[in-house]
Every structure is written in C-alpha cells, then in structure tokens.
Design a protein around this ligand. Structure first.
Ligand code: AMP
Length: 283
C-alpha cells in the first residue's frame, strides 16, 4: 500500500472508517513534524501494536503562548513525508490551521490541576492546547492505539488521565526517550542552540541520572537531591533553569514520594531552546 497524505477531515474520517470496516486496527502518532529518531521510534511502536499507522503533522498554535516559538518552530514537510513513507506509515494526516481551528472555534479540553504544574507553571495555556488538539485528532482519526513519548512525561501522563476521565476508547502507549550519543534527549528544538550551548546541554541528562542513582540509594532527601541537580546544572554557564522538580506521577506534587512512581523532571533554557527532560523511578 503506498502512503497517502490526507489534508481534509472528511477524507481522514472516511479512510479510518474504511480501515475499521475491513477489520484493521489503527495506530496514531501525533507530532508537530521536523521528525527525528524519537518520532521514528514512536512510529515503529505504533506499527507493532496496530496494523495501520497514521502520523499526524500539525504545529498546534493553541499550545504556544504569544511570544513563544510558534513562528520559528522548524518545519520541513517534504522531508517528513519521505521519512514517514520510509518508516512504513500508511497515512500522513496534514491538516491546515484553518481546518483545525476555524475562526469561531470556542471549545477546549482541560485537565484541571495537572495542567498547571511543572511545565504548566511557566506555560499556563500549553496543556490546554495539547489536550484539545489530541481530543480533536482522536475524534477525527478514531485510533485504537495512540503513541506518545516519555520525553514529554507530563504530556503523556495528562493524556492518559484525559483518556481515563473522558472515557476515550483508545489505548495510550508511552515510548522511551531516544537520545543523542552524549545523552541529550532528541528534540526538534535542539537546532535552536549554538555550538557552545549544544556542547553543554548533556549536563541535563547527566544530572538526572545522578539524581536517579541517589534516589535509588536512598541516603539523601528529595530536597537535597533536587539541590544537587540544580548545582550540577549551574556548572554549565549557558544554562538558565526554569524548574527542577521531584514529584509523584499521580498529581505531580511533592507529596507521597515514599510510595508509587517518582518523576524527576526539569526544564532548562540554553539560549533560545527551552529543553525538557526527565527520568521516572518505578516502584
Ligand atoms: P513533538 O513533535 O515534539 O510534539 O513530539 C511528538 C511526539 O514525539 C510526542 O509524543 C513526544 O513526546 C515524542 N518525542 C519527541 N521527542 C522524543 C524523543 N527524543 N524520544 C521519544 N519520543 C519523543
């Protein structure tokens, strides 16, 4: 089957309905394009868990606040399309802003409390945009499975909660973070960095790994571990910390760290690039 590029809602819906009618399952990989190996591993996960794969490419304006990098966000549709084809995707869903958000669009989906913590503290509208666009994609594509990356841990957990709370009939899979050789998490935003900033950026993952080891050993309090991460990141002259947090994975607060899974998450600016990364400690 040759890969299709679908831009219209009605065509996307009829393709999905036809696939379901023929007894196929559909896996969806939502992306903002400018694909890298992190996205490719999500496509492969989707292919493993469903027999038809849709990759959506849409730089979602509602998850960017005024003054953020919406206009500067890197785009290269022809390259993305070629990559999706090589990866064995069946459809690239590539809608326009006008189709996704007509002028009188007024409805949003919000996951209360969770959307205001961690990244939500400095990007207050971000997760409202994410949950809204993912809801729209789920309604249009009607996937059986949708794959998200561990790199955006808060996003993945919020989407899981939204699916549970709103009774969506879709299975959410979380795929591990794909990293450069030096440990830096792959991101479309890494290209904003200068060479000097790029050279310093692996300090983030180094600090997280150090923290994970300290946490597992159990000698230090979460507060001390957090301070060690901050001190370590500050050795990189170009780093400007947005936040470092050690929280539970249920509600992203610092309570109940003795039981359940722990998320150590951070956001740090290197020049224009706001980089996020995290590790999870499973209990
Ligand atoms: P984006 O295009 O940045 O919105 O990301 C689309 C999807 O790819 C999201 O589910 C991300 O969590 C995931 N993703 C981005 N970078 C990585 C990475 N380095 N490893 C694994 N998944 C990733």
């Amino acid at each position: 089957m040759t890969m299709k590029v679908i831009e219209s809602l009605s065509q996307m819906r009829s393709w999905s309905r036809m696939m379901h009618h023929e007894g196929h399952t559909i896996g969806l990989v939502p992306t903002m394009g400018y694909l890298h190996e992190g996205h490719l591993s999500l496509i492969q996960t989707a292919r493993k868990h469903s027999d038809r794969t849709v990759v959506s490419i849409f730089v979602n304006p509602t998850q960017f606040a005024p003054g953020e990098d919406l206009e500067a966000y890197p785009r290269d549709f022809q390259r993305d399309r070629r990559i999706c084809e090589e990866q064995g995707a069946d459809v690239v869903f590539y809608p326009s802003n006008e189709i996704m958000y007509p002028e009188d669009h007024k409805t949003y989906v919000v996951t209360e409390d969770l959307a205001g913590r961690l990244c939500g503290a400095s990007r207050p509208i971000h997760f409202k945009g994410v949950t809204t666009i993912v809801t729209k994609l789920f309604n249009i594509v009607e996937p059986d499975v949708a794959v998200f990356g561990q790199k955006d841990a808060q996003q993945a957990l919020i989407i899981k909660r939204m699916v549970r709370d709103l009774n969506f009939d879709v299975e959410i899979l979380i795929s591990p973070t794909v990293r450069e050789e030096d440990g830096l998490a792959m991101s479309s935003r890494n290209k904003y960095m200068t060479h000097g900033q790029r050279r310093q950026a692996p300090v983030l993952y180094q600090s997280l790994q150090m923290a994970k080891d300290e946490f597992v050993k159990g000698d230090l309090s979460p507060e001390l571990i957090k301070n060690n991460i901050i001190d370590n990141i500050k050795t990189a002259s170009e780093a400007k910390i947005d936040y470092v947090q050690i929280v539970n994975t249920e509600d992203f607060t610092e309570t109940d760290l003795e039981k359940g899974d722990i998320l150590i998450a951070l956001a740090v600016f290197f020049g224009k690039a706001r980089l996020i990364d995290n590790v999870i400690i499973k209990r």
